[in-house]
Write a protein that binds this ligand. Structure first.
Ligand code: KIV
Length: 265
């Protein structure tokens, strides 16, 4: 099993850490086969699986359910589970919910924000629950932020993100997701703060990168964030989820499927 020490070793030898989201057992097996080092059961499942327009409606019960599915198929990767919206409002509630996610199979929990949440991180770490931070664009605060926008462009906002990264690191957080911030700011945090950074829309200088798997495979139709990339379509324009479904429809209509090979006598 990959541990936080293994991730430190990757950082020491300047090898990027790969992180992807997974929400079920089958995709987890694909991620394992591809050698992804960290699997995140992200609350992005609220949008890409459940069809909500934000991550806010996702519940702890749902995160536990998906973490169990991923955990059953996980072999090597470090498994991080997101703490959903309003599940870490105070220390006692955070500890109770983090324990549920750990019991479901997570190795670490992630939650969004610095400031008031630093003491929550410290409390969980004191109780032996490893914590991954998340700074920059915080999808759970999308209403307060006024939409999904780049964060930390102004000097004052950048300083707050740096201070939050330092404060989280000081209480023992070893991984921080940096979402949708200028590349220069992400580089500064990665260089100056003693923490491993995982970027999404934060440029190439972070210690590692994360993407939402459904974006990488082009599963969710419609508009995707600028920072995400459909790697399946990049392989070959004909290799996409939609192209496969279209091929099925055509084959059935043309009586090409099922053929002898896929039928019984
Ligand atoms: O929920 C999620 O998938 C995330 C990633 C975008 C980092 O938090």
């Amino acid at each position: 099993m990959i541990t936080i020490n293994d991730l430190h070793k990757l950082k020491e030898r300047n090898e990027k850490i790969t992180v992807l989201t997974a929400y079920d057992a089958s995709f987890t097996k694909h991620l394992e086969q591809a050698g992804v080092e960290v699997i995140l059961v992200g609350d992005s499942l609220g949008m890409v699986m459940q069809g909500h327009d934000s991550t806010l409606p996702v519940t702890v019960d749902e995160m536990v359910y998906h973490t169990k599915m991923v955990s059953r198929a996980r072999e090597n990767a470090l498994l991080i589970a997101d703490m959903p919206y309003h599940s870490y409002l105070d220390k006692a509630q955070a500890l109770n919910n983090a324990r549920r996610l750990m019991e479901a199979g997570a190795d670490m929990v992630k939650f969004e924000g610095g400031g008031q949440f630093v003491s929550i991180a410290a409390h969980l770490i004191k109780h032996n629950i490893p914590v991954c931070g998340h700074l920059g664009l915080l999808p759970q605060s999308v209403k307060e932020l006024g939409g999904y926008k780049v964060q930390g462009r102004e000097q004052s906002a950048a300083s707050i993100i740096i201070e939050d990264a330092q404060a989280l690191t000081a209480v023992g957080v070893e991984l921080i997701v940096l979402e949708c911030i200028p590349q220069q700011l992400a580089k500064r945090i990665t260089d100056e703060v003693d923490v491993m950074t995982i970027g999404i829309g934060a440029g190439v200088d972070c210690s590692g990168q994360v993407l939402v798997l459904y974006d990488l495979l082009g599963i969710t139709p419609g508009k995707r964030p600028k920072f995400s990339k459909n790697f399946l379509a990049e392989l070959d324009k004909n290799k996409s989820i939609t192209a496969a479904i279209e091929a099925y429809v055509t084959a059935v209509k043309n009586l090409d499927f099922p053929d002898e090979e896929h039928s019984f006598n």
